[in-house]
Ligand binder design. Structure first.
Ligand SMILES: Cc1cc2nc3c(=O)[nH]c(=O)nc-3n(C[C@H](O)[C@H](O)[C@H](O)COP(=O)(O)OP(=O)(O)OC[C@H]3O[C@@H](n4cnc5c(N)ncnc54)[C@H](O)[C@@H]3O)c2cc1C
Length: 163
């Protein structure tokens, strides 16, 4: 049975960011992600100023930005896409790039989640203390006196235990 200090179930943005944080401290972590490839759906499309600062501290700012579009984040309301030009913009709480420049070296960015996950996956794979197991599902957890153990199933259907 293999041992890790931290088990992360799920390699979405939260799990991958947790893995990167632990990896930068040299803490042994296993990330089990049941998908073998990232979701092709864009899903979340905005990264906040603070999240961009964290990505910048990992030297990922430019790579993350490269998969997005430049612009200030606003909500656009219109009746139909055909009449979009007659729509109206609303502020949704993100600073403009000019406002963010007063307080931060970076700014909120419009970047789809599938790109962010791809960048984070590649980054996590470079961290020596972290192991990213793709196509691996956590089936069950046992919380025993010597720690937590987890039963994992990989893409071939084989199961293994880690703690
Ligand atoms: C259609 C859609 C549109 C969205 N649009 C927006 C948007 O415009 N703006 C916005 O801010 N947010 C949006 N969201 C929400 C956003 O995608 C989520 O908030 C975000 O994905 C949460 O990240 P997470 O890492 O916490 O979870 P997830 O991204 O859900 O990651 C969890 C991961 O855990 C894995 N997993 C689960 N169980 C197991 C297991 N037992 N073993 C191994 N792996 C496991 C899953 O495969 C998954 O990859 C949208 C979501 C959807 C579905």
């Amino acid at each position: 049975m293999e041992h890790f200090d931290v088990l992360i179930v799920g390699g979405g943005p939260a799990g991958l960011a947790a893995a990167a944080t632990l990896g930068h401290y040299g803490i042994a972590a296993l990330v089990a992600e049941r998908r073998a490839t990232p979701s092709p759906l864009p899903r979340a499309t905005v990264i906040s100023t603070r999240s961009m600062e964290i990505l910048r501290s990992w030297r990922l700012e430019e790579e993350v930005r490269a998969g997005g579009v430049d612009g200030d984040v606003q909500l656009w309301e219109c009746e139909t896409l055909v009449s979009a030009a007659g729509g109206r913009a609303y502020e949704v709480g993100y600073p403009s790039r000019a406002q963010a420049a007063v307080i931060s070296p970076t700014a909120p960015r419009i970047v789809p989640q599938d790109w962010l996950e791809t960048v984070l996956r590649h980054h996590v794979e470079t961290l020596p203390s972290v192991r990213l197991e793709l196509g691996t599902e956590a089936l069950a957890l046992d919380n025993g006196p010597d720690g937590v153990s987890v039963r994992l199933r990989d893409q071939t259907g084989a199961t293994a235990r880690s703690s």
